[in-house]
Every structure is written in structure tokens, then in C-alpha cells.
Design a protein around this ligand. Structure first.
Ligand code: LFR
Length: 482
């Protein structure tokens, strides 16, 4: 039996998950879990990357204690954020969190030099103010010049573990700097940022073997003998590998976590004018696929609301409270930039309702209901757009990730889109990370076999669509918000 460990770090928590293939089933065991979150220092929001690295070592120490002597290891995190290193491999700065307000207005400033359409034709990436392209555009120029190497967050964590430099392809694609035609960094965009290709490492595809842990780590800690394998280091790319889609029918997915990423898996990018106008992205997936998708504000809204309520309710309780409320009383446009990083999410939602002449949600249940109803309606809109853009009608929507545990939202979504929703697994990101290690180790043949294994190994709950009373009026009120 081969042991595999997925390091899976999201914006709100991280975990190390042990995975094995036993009697035709994928077995998971959580080794270690820790909190994550960005912190404000001065005027900016940063990740505590040293803390994350320490937590990885703690988790690996626990693996050793649990009797794992040898394993493979893969790392995924959120995308777009980066680290600049000097010639000694030392970090030049604190790692900015993508929600930091420094990129407000950066897209407009950058597009003075090159149009949106030109960047989209090159990269196929949706405009999000926090894309690496815009972050680097506003980064201190002198420091950029001093950077010997530029890595994305998971690349950097691999580097700290192995001493090896690489830029993993799925994550690099989210930077909005990779040219679809050449498959490498775009020279014109690099020139605009006054960067050189040599400052980035070679792009590396998931499945590549990176190597063992640095000897000095073994001197400091009791760790297993790990072979690091490059996985889809962008968490969403791993989550999509983890979708249990087996049949031949067309399917769409939502990777539901801090963000809800709604899309299709394509074999070719789709970056025509309409896709540009509707701002859809073509992020690289594992195994020569493209994740044609849209970012939706997602569980971040409820996470923030819950935090402001002093975590008085669990997420499951918030779903229950919401389920007791009358449906579709008030809505917010989730993807409005005002919800990206407001000082106070609850007040922002209340202000939005007030400004749009709706009743103002007050209780935890009302707030949660507003968020879930709005998310379901947003999913509905974007499912329609996806169909229009791609000319495919998905017969089933897979919802994976932590948000797949939200039965209320799953049912609402099925009802609105008028199609089956299949929910689970909730650990699809760690699972995607693990199966890529298994494919690289030769235990699984390919992604089709991996997805069948996932479907056979985890509980997937089916939600059949039910009729929504007064749907037309609900949609009319929703659309009147603009
Ligand atoms: C989800 C995710 C999204 C990306 C956002 C920022 O965790 O990785 O795919 O757009 O976070 O990196």
C-alpha cells in the first residue's frame, strides 16, 4: 500500500489528508487541520506564510507518529498570490492576500497600456482585480527588479520543502499572464510589468516528480520520507479533478468553498468576444483541460457573517436557521465588488437591501437566508450563461467542496436550474490532489478511472428539482436589482 498525503490549504483553513487505495476504494484520514486567514498589518492584508509552512511540518510530524514512514506529497492552495525571492532564496516581502485593497482600480490603470480585449485574447482569463497581473502591476517596482525568482504560494511551499523551483501550470494560468497559444508567460505582458521570463521558473505540469524533503528538515523534525509530486496546485483545479463525474452525460460543476467556482471542463479554451463580455475564465486544468468558469462570491459571505456573529452558530446551524425563514424575501448581487472585502459583511448586506428598497435582514437566519437565496439565483444566472456560451446543456450539476454539505442551497439550486444536483464529496480538493499523486505513482491509470473511484468511494447525494412557487415573480425581483 502506498501512502499519499495531500496538503490542502484554503483561505479559511488548511489540512493534511492521508489517502490510500484499499480494496478498490479511496480511503481518507485527516492527519491535521489548522485555521487560516489573512491579517491586516498597517494598511494591508497579508497571509502568514511562515505559519502555514510550520503547520505543514506539524502535520507531517503527525503522519510519522501515525506510522507513515514513506509517502508521496502534494500541495494545493488558493491561486494568484505570489512570493518574490532574492538570489539566496529568501523572501523579499510579506505575502499580500488577494483581497487586499491595493489592486482597487489597478485593472483600469493597466488597461491604459493594453486593452482588456487584447489581454483576454492572449490569456483567456477573466478580469478579477486581484489577478497576479494586476497585483504585480501595483507591486513596488524596485522590489520586482530585485526578485531573482517569482513563485506562487504553493510553489513556494514546495520550494521550502524540497529546495526545487518550479511554477505549476494550473496555478500560473490564473495569473492572467500565460499566453494560451504558447502555453508560457506572455512576453508583452512581462515587458509591461518590467519583468523578465528568467524571473519565473519553468512551468511544470501536474504529475511531475519534484523530489524528497530537504535533509535539514529531517534534522529538525521527525518526518516521513516524502517524495513530493506536483499536483494541480490551484485548489480549484484539484477540486475539479475530484468531481465524481462518470457517465457520458454533459455535466457542470460548482467547486463550493470560500468561492463558488461554476463552470465546465473543456478540452479547448473558449475566449471569444461573448466570453470576454460576460467575463468567463479559461484556467488551466490538469491533464490538458481548461476550466471554463466564473468566480462567484461563495461561502465567504456566510463565513464573514458568522465571524461577525462571534461564531455563535455552526455552519450547519446557520443552514437550519435559514431553512426556517420564508424563501426569496430579499436578495443581494453576490458578485458586486462591495462584497469582496467589506469592513463589515453584515452591514454591507443590510445597506445593499436598504439601498435597493428591500426589507433589511436582521437575525442570523435572515442574513443566512439572504445569502443562500442570492447564491442560488446567481448559480441559476451563470448556468444559463454557460449554456449560451458553450452551446452545451449540462444534464447534471456536481457541487463539490465544503459547500456541498449545504442541503438547503443544493435543493434551491436544483429547483432553480431545473436539473439534478449531485452533492459531494466535500473533500474534493484533497481528493483531486491525492488521485493525481496516485496516477503519477501508477496506481491509477487516468482521470476517468480516478473519477470512477471517487464516485464509488464517497457518498454523493442527489437533489431532484422541485417546482418553485411564484418563480416568475422571484426572477423579476431578482432581475430588477440590475
Ligand atoms: C478558490 C480560489 C479561486 C480563486 C480564488 C483566489 O479557493 O482558488 O479559484 O479565484 O480562490 O485565489
Amino acid at each position: 500500500m502506498i501512502h499519499h498525503i495531500a496538503v490542502d490549504i484554503g483561505a479559511s483553513s488548511g489540512r493534511l489528508v492521508h489517502g490510500t487505495l484499499e480494496q478498490g476504494k479511496l480511503r481518507l484520514q485527516e492527519l491535521h487541520r489548522f485555521a487560516n486567514g489573512f491579517e491586516r498589518k498597517g494598511n494591508h492584508d497579508y497571509w502568514d506564510i511562515e505559519h502555514l509552512f510550520e503547520e505543514i511540518l506539524i502535520g507531517l510530524g503527525k503522519a510519522k507518529q501515525a506510522g507513515i514512514e514513506q509517502c508521496t506529497l502534494g500541495i494545493d492552495t488558493w491561486a494568484v498570490d505570489y512570493v518574490l525571492l532574492d538570489r539566496d532564496g529568501a523572501r523579499l516581502h510579506d505575502v499580500y492576500a488577494y483581497r487586499d485593497a491595493r489592486t482597487n482600480g489597478a485593472p483600469d490603470a493597466l488597461h491604459q497600456h493594453i486593452s482588456r480585449a487584447a489581454v483576454y485574447a492572449k490569456t483567456g482569463i477573466q478580469e478579477l482585480s486581484f489577478n497576479t497581473l494586476y497585483q504585480l502591476y501595483v507591486h513596488d517596482k524596485q522590489q520586482l527588479g530585485e526578485a531573482e525568482q517569482i513563485m506562487f504560494v504553493p510553489d513556494y511551499l514546495y520550494y521550502r520543502l524540497t529546495g526545487k523551483s518550479m511554477n505549476e501550470a494550473t496555478n500560473a494560468s490564473t495569473s492572467q499572464m500565460i499566453n494560451l497559444a504558447t502555453g508560457d508567460y506572455d512576453e508583452e505582458l512581462l515587458a509591461l510589468l518590467k519583468l523578465k521570463r528568467e524571473q519565473f521558473a519553468p512551468l511544470t505540469e501536474p504529475g511531475a516528480l519534484l523530489g524528497s524533503l530537504l535533509p535539514e528538515l529531517h534534522q529538525r523534525y521527525e518526518l516521513p520520507d516524502c517524495q513530493c509530486i506536483v499536483v494541480p496546485t490551484h485548489d480549484t483545479a484539484s477540486a475539479v479533478v475530484g468531481v465524481p463525474a462518470t457517465g457520458g452525460q454533459p455535466w457542470a460543476y460548482i467547486s463550493s468553498g470560500t468561492w463558488s467556482l461554476l463552470g465546465l471542463e473543456l478540452s479547448k479554451p473558449l475566449n471569444d468576444e461573448r466570453a470576454l463580455a460576460l467575463n468567463y475564465t479559461n484556467e488551466r486544468g490538469a491533464y490538458q483541460t481548461y476550466r471554463f468558469l466564473k468566480n462567484i462570491m461563495g461561502m465567504w459571505m456566510i463565513q464573514e457573517a458568522r465571524r461577525l456573529q462571534s461564531n455563535a452558530h455552526s455552519f450547519a446551524e446557520l443552514v437550519e436557521l435559514a431553512a426556517r425563514e420564508k424563501p426569496f424575501q430579499r436578495f443581494v448581487r453576490c458578485n458586486d465588488a462591495r462584497f469582496l472585502n467589506p469592513d463589515n459583511m453584515i452591514e454591507e448586506i443590510q445597506a445593499y437591501c436598504r439601498e435597493t428598497g428591500q426589507s433589511v435582514p436582521q437575525t442570523a437566519g435572515e442574513i443566512a437566508r439572504t445569502i443562500y437565496d442570492s447564491l442560488a439565483l446567481t448559480y441559476y444566472d451563470y448556468m444559463n450563461e454557460l449554456e449560451e456560451l458553450t452551446g452545451t446543456k449540462p444534464e447534471v450539476l456536481h457541487i463539490v467542496g465544503g459547500g456541498a454539505n449545504n442541503g438547503l442551497l443544493n435543493q434551491l439550486t436544483a429547483d432553480l436550474i431545473g436539473r439534478e444536483v449531485k452533492a459531494g464529496p466535500s473533500e474534493s480538493t484533497a481528493i483531486g490532489n491525492l488521485v493525481v499523486q496516485m496516477i503519477a505513482s501508477g496506481e491509477l491509470t487516468d482521470i476517468a478511472e480516478a473519477r470512477k473511484l471517487i464516485a464509488d468511494s464517497f457518498e454523493i447525494i442527489s437533489y431532484q428539482p422541485q417546482q418553485v412557487d411564484g418563480l416568475e415573480q422571484v426572477l423579476q425581483r431578482w432581475r430588477s436589482l440590475g
